[in-house]
Design a protein around this ligand. Structure first.
Ligand code: DAH
Length: 339
């Protein structure tokens, strides 16, 4: 009996003094392990007088349970206090709001592109995509751009190989051709995307920039339809009525071709944005040249259309008053974080 009490008292004192899970494990092994003290008590039973055996056996089991309970209690205590330490010595306040996460934002070009896509989708247009590495046929040939046209010069276009067939598209107009091949008229499409030009960069020129091509093919499409669509576009961008004017412009794939100017949305007497003229050169456009329709298998006697090439990068610069196109793709976080 004295053995039991003595073992129990020693075990409990050691358990109380243990300061780690590892120390508790050692104590558990010393008392409850295969060669531990309790096992020793049980092993002595066969050598005891028969009438003492049941009582000693029973007490050994009670002792085992008592030590196990003390080990468990001290174990939970140690775990709780180490959690407290992790939480900063009890200063942890679970009701405080978390630190704000740093979230990103959409690039201004993406924002404006999505806005324009929504606007044109609401007018029944389809949004198309086209390859950035494009063939000569789509870039130039099918757009009525002659062999000796300066746009085909390697001064302007990045060619991908010596054959001269593949290049980084210098404009989004090739998607017009792909649209005519794929869709049955009547149709309306826009095609926003990246374009590439081999030119020296400065505040208003960048080798990579964004355009959005538009094309409508239908019955008896006129310059009136073109102006109407462009005015809707401007209302969508500037959220009010904007006066426009057309000047003649030349592009081989439209006839007649125009430069469309918009009344400066930022001033009435002239400002730095419009160069004191109150007009902003917004986009080139025109009625689709009959040759272009014909080359893509659309009968120009039956169908007509208009097309426009919106400079998305320029529009984003106008919208956010950005003075250097190189900011747009420069990847400088100080710039991007403003959007
Ligand atoms: N693709 C021409 C360019 O990048 C822009 C353009 C002009 C597109 C007239 C058109 C258009 O659709 O009708 O220089």
């Amino acid at each position: 009996m004295a053995d039991h009490d003595d073992i129990r008292a020693r075990a409990e004192a050691e358990i109380l003094a243990a300061d780690s899970a590892a120390a508790l494990k050692d104590i558990e092994r010393a008392y409850l392990g295969k060669k531990g003290e309790v096992a020793g008590l049980l092993a002595s039973i066969p050598s005891l007088p028969a009438e003492e055996r049941p009582l000693v056996g029973k007490n050994a089991n009670l002792l085992k349970q008592a030590i196990q309970a003390a080990l468990d209690a001290r174990g939970s205590e140690l775990e709780a206090s180490s959690l407290d330490a992790e939480r900063g010595a009890g200063d942890f306040d679970p009701t405080l709001p978390p630190r704000p996460l740093d979230t990103g934002s959409l690039h201004p070009i993406t924002q404006v592109t999505r806005e324009l896509e929504d606007l044109f989708l609401s007018m029944g247009y389809t949004v198309l995509d086209g390859p950035e590495v494009e063939r000569d046929f789509y870039n130039f040939e099918a757009l009525n751009i002659p062999r000796d046209h300066p746009a085909r010069d390697s001064q302007d276009t990045f060619y991908c190989d010596d054959s001269g067939d593949f290049s980084l598209r210098p404009h989004t107009s090739p998607v017009q051709v792909r649209a005519m091949e794929r869709l049955e008229p009547p149709f309306r499409v826009i095609a926003p995307g990246r374009v590439f030009r081999h030119e020296t960069t400065d505040a208003s020129h960048e080798h990579t920039f964004h355009q959005m091509e538009g094309m409508v093919v239908g019955k008896d499409i006129s310059v009136g339809h073109l102006i109407g669509a462009m005015k809707t576009l401007l209302r969508g961008i500037f959220h009010r009525e904007v006066e426009v004017r057309l000047r003649p412009g030349h592009f081989p794939f439209v006839e007649p071709g125009f430069e469309l100017d918009a009344r400066c949305p930022f001033c009435s007497e002239g400002c730095s944005v419009c160069g004191r003229t109150t007009w902003i050169e917004l986009l080139p456009c025109g009625l689709v040249h009959p040759n272009v329709l014909r080359m893509s298998g659309i009968d120009p006697e039956e169908w007509s259309g208009f097309a426009f090439g919106l400079g998305l990068s320029r529009l984003v610069m106008l919208r956010y008053n950005i003075d250097d196109v190189r900011h747009l793709l420069g990847g400088d976080l100080r710039f991007l974080e403003q959007f």
